[in-house]
Design a protein. Structure first.
Length: 173
């Protein structure tokens, strides 16, 4: 769920993303992008600040983002946290100008990450959940999670007369 939809109990955790750009051997792409880390404290620099330049790769501070946790999405967070390897997903999106990418989203919600995987135009990276987010995420789920029972709706019974052929109104009966 994006930051546009917030409730009073929504929590935001600031993070910074480090991304790597490598030259591509593919004739269809000039660069290969990969998110390498999500950090808690970052220097006060503008997005896409070059951190390290090497012959085969460049390392950038992609920017800062807020990991939003919404009380209505705790079931997805809980499934992520209870799995053997809790994950954090980062979405990079192609953009004009140098270096050619923009930081779009950082999320703990596997369902939200799946939405970006289906699009195909974004770069979606899954990273192990950093230690500085693990306990706050567990505390958030413990505080806000409510079990919701599954309720299967029953269908309305069909009215066979509703589908019957009717005489036009102008014809005498």
């Amino acid at each position: 769920m994006s930051d546009a939809f917030t409730t009073p109990d929504t929590r935001h955790f600031p993070v910074a993303v480090v991304a790597e750009r490598r030259a591509s051997s593919s004739p269809w792409a000039d660069w290969i992008w990969r998110v390498v880390d999500v950090i808690e404290d970052a220097p006060d620099t503008p997005p896409w600040t070059l951190l390290r330049q090497e012959p085969a790769r460049s390392l950038y501070l992609a920017g800062r983002a807020m990991v939003a946790m919404h009380p209505t999405d705790t079931d997805n967070y809980r499934q992520n946290l209870e799995g053997g390897d809790p994950r954090l997903w980062v979405v990079l999106r192609a953009a004009g100008g140098e270096p050619g990418m923009a930081l779009h989203l950082v999320t703990l919600d596997p369902g939200e990450a799946h939405l970006y995987a289906d699009v195909g135009n974004d770069t979606l990276e899954s990273l192990p959940l950093p230690a500085f987010l693990l306990q706050p995420a567990r505390d958030f789920v413990a505080r806000h999670h409510k079990e919701r029972s599954f309720h299967k709706r029953s269908r309305d019974r069909a009215d066979p007369e509703a589908l019957a052929r009717r005489r036009p109104r102008d014809e005498p009966g």
